[in-house]
Design a protein around this ligand. Structure first.
Ligand SMILES: Nc1ncnc2c1ncn2[C@@H]1O[C@H](COP(=O)(O)OP(=O)(O)OP(=O)(O)O)[C@@H](O)[C@H]1O
Ligand SMILES: [Mg+2]
Length: 285
């Protein structure tokens, strides 16, 4: 991994699509109405991603960090038949492939990526594809289910057809302090479910929200979303559980800052105004 990479070359387009060579179960994910956060075969898929043999690994020639498309073989006999394929396609982002940044501690992006997934699971917000941390060909990193994109779905279409999803993702970005919500990190799959990817620049203690989603600035947080956040905020058992699960991947101060942002969002009840000098994502969208 010595090649210098141009940050921000290209954009999401058909040339960036990974040819699907195995079943990609993300298409069976929850709809807007069913936000349990997991496909029905979640447990099996987690096991497949975590323990299945990686039988192919190909570098993706874009992105700021090294990412690889991988094929993970479904372990024999470990599946109850619900997955219906012999392999799944996933994205592998090894710790060793993370580009150094001045403001985030080195080698922590994959942990932030995984903590983001755990946070969405805790809230029942199923927009981050199933993610695990495991060893791969280049060492420890995240492996996340591949989302087969609907190439026709540009940001304008997402604005028209996925307002509620974008409100949820914008609220997640606010509480996770996501410093890199580009448009290319929003992928609608072929079944019409909107997913968010690339959550490595999250949970910094200093405010760093950088996002392409400005649509809701100054607007009230939709009451159901606010209630969901409040449900976490007011429940000591859930807070303790979150501290425990995320605490394995984040620093204590980062957890404290996260819970402060949750409290602030619940109390204010609005998406805050953003600053054009500070809050746009860096580089390309
Ligand atoms: N779960 C996924 N499903 C489909 N494609 C994905 C997924 N995760 C990543 N990708 C693809 O890999 C590319 C690089 O991944 P990602 O954006 O997470 O990495 P990055 O190096 O942090 O990139 P960026 O420069 O956009 O911040 C994405 O732009 C997307 O094309
Ligand atoms: Mg990134």
């Amino acid at each position: 991994m010595s090649r210098q990479r141009a940050r921000g070359a290209g954009s999401r387009s058909s040339s960036r699509r990974i040819v699907r060579v195995a079943r990609t179960p993300t298409g069976d994910g929850p709809t807007d109405a069913d936000r349990s956060g997991e496909p029905a075969d979640h447990v099996d898929l987690t096991n497949v991603l975590a323990t299945g043999e990686i039988v192919a690994c190909k570098e993706l020639p874009w992105g700021s960090n090294y990412s690889f498309a991988v094929i993970v073989r479904v372990p024999d006999g470990s599946i109850d038949g619900s997955i219906g394929g012999r392999a799944v396609t996933a994205i592998y982002k090894p710790r060793r492939g993370e580009a150094p940044l001045w403001d985030f501690p080195a080698g922590t992006l994959y942990r932030r990526e995984y903590a983001s997934y755990l946070l969405t699971r805790s809230l029942g917000w199923g927009f981050i594809p199933l993610t695990v941390v495991r060893e791969g060909p280049y060492g420890t990193g995240t492996i996340q289910l591949y989302v087969d994109p609907d190439e026709e779905a540009d940001f304008e279409l997402l604005r028209r057809e996925h307002r509620a999803d974008l409100q949820r993702i914008a609220l997640f970005d606010l509480i996770a302090n996501n410093a890199d919500r580009k448009i290319s990190h929003l992928i609608r799959d072929r079944a019409g479910h909107l997913w968010g990817i690339d959550h490595g620049l999250t949970f910094h203690v200093v405010p760093k929200l950088r996002t392409a989603i400005w649509d809701f600035c100054g607007e009230p947080i939709p009451p159901p979303l606010r209630l969901e956040l409040d449900g976490l905020h007011r429940d000591p058992a859930r807070v303790a559980e979150l501290r425990q699960t995320l605490g394995e991947h984040l620093e204590m101060e980062e957890l404290d800052a996260l819970l402060d942002r949750v409290a602030q969002a619940v109390e204010s009840g609005v998406y805050p105004p953003l600053d054009p000098y500070r809050n746009y994502p860096r580089g390309w969208w």
